[in-house]
Design a protein around this ligand. Structure first.
Ligand SMILES: NC(=O)c1ccc[n+]([C@@H]2O[C@H](COP(=O)([O-])OP(=O)(O)OC[C@H]3O[C@@H](n4cnc5c(N)ncnc54)[C@H](OP(=O)(O)O)[C@@H]3O)[C@@H](O)[C@H]2O)c1
Length: 284
């Protein structure tokens, strides 16, 4: 495969580190998006040590902030002429509601608004480099989401179940946007798909499990629900980003390697239209 220019978010741990390592091993140019330069550089060094690929670049960006996202994209565009693959992989599950300095609920901002905005701001480059791909790391949790069209961020409700309800909602919104963006991109050569990586033993629940219980939970793979290794979790996302099998596939939801019907809630016309309108007003 010819060398691709790739952006990956959420690379400091878990599935994202493994995606970056694998794509670097195949000789691609990798742009690592990390909350701090220090955490990004640790992964850059690890990748170089393991793959000898030195075409690895770190960009600092707190994905909860649109200001950071816009700065990152400006920097990236100054230093690059092409973009073949965008992997929106970062996400978080805080245990309580935190409102960003820009006034958005953090989980809604990182898990949904960030991929939405990154994809839009980078579309011109992706189109210029087509055939090109956007892969959104979604989750089967989207099926448990319920979007309230009068309060998408659920700011007027109790932040319940240690953040899991907001997580499901953010993944539902992301899956809706995957389908909608793919429609907009028809005929451009840019595809957009959503992939659930499976139940993967990572640190994603670190803010929700008391510190003293974390080693036990990791050891028991969260009672068997997160049984896959980060490498195994990365594989379906790598496949969606690189395999020829996905050349003409767009707007689809994959449960690991299998194309599945996304939740019916993804196709609720009223919710889809109101979410689109609401999101446009937020990123305007
Ligand atoms: N693990 C599973 O079973 C599972 C199942 C379904 C879907 N997923 C999805 O898989 C993806 C990867 O998750 P993971 O399991 O590998 O979890 P993880 O190890 O916790 O990785 C999450 C990544 O997102 C980054 N991130 C979070 N907030 C950020 C912010 N404000 N700015 C920049 N980066 C930020 C984290 O960086 P920091 O180190 O700076 O926090 C970290 O690199 C997520 O989209 C998740 O929803 C996971």
């Amino acid at each position: 495969m010819k060398q691709k220019n790739v952006i990956i978010t959420g690379i400091t741990s878990g599935i994202g580190t493994e995606i970056a390592l694998d794509l670097a091993k195949h000789g691609h140019m990798i742009n690592l998006v990390a909350r701090s330069e220090e955490s990004g550089n640790i992964i850059k060094d690890l990748i170089f040590k393991k793959t000898k690929n030195n075409d690895i670049h770190v960009y600092k960006c707190d994905l909860s902030l649109q200001k950071d996202i816009r700065e990152f994209v400006d920097n990236f565009k100054k230093q690059n002429n092409s973009l073949d693959i965008l992997i929106n992989n970062a996400a978080m599950v805080p245990k309580e509601r935190i409102i960003t300095s820009e006034g958005i609920e953090t989980q809604f901002a990182v898990n949904y608004i960030a991929p939405y905005l990154l994809s839009r701001l980078l579309l011109d480059m992706l189109k210029k480099s087509s055939p090109s791909r956007i892969v959104n790391t979604s989750s089967v949790a989207h099926t448990s989401g319920n979007l309230n069209v009068d309060d998408f961020q659920r700011l007027n409700e109790k932040y319940s179940m240690r953040g899991m309800r907001a997580y499901c909602n953010s993944k539902l919104a992301l899956t809706i946007d995957t389908v909608e963006l793919a429609k907009e991109l028809e005929g451009t050569g840019v595809t957009c798909n959503a992939v659930h990586p499976g139940g993967v033993n990572t640190n994603i629940m670190r803010y929700n499990i008391p510190k003293f219980l974390q080693p036990l939970m990791k050891k028991t793979k969260f009672m068997g629900t997160l049984r896959l290794s980060p490498k195994e979790g990365a594989n379906p996302i790598i496949e969606a980003a690189c395999s020829d099998k996905y050349d003409k596939v767009s707007g689809k939801y994959f449960d690991r390697f299998t194309q599945k019907d996304a939740s019916k809630k993804v196709f609720d016309k009223d919710v889809v239209a109101k979410l689109s309108e609401y999101t446009k007003s937020i990123v305007a």
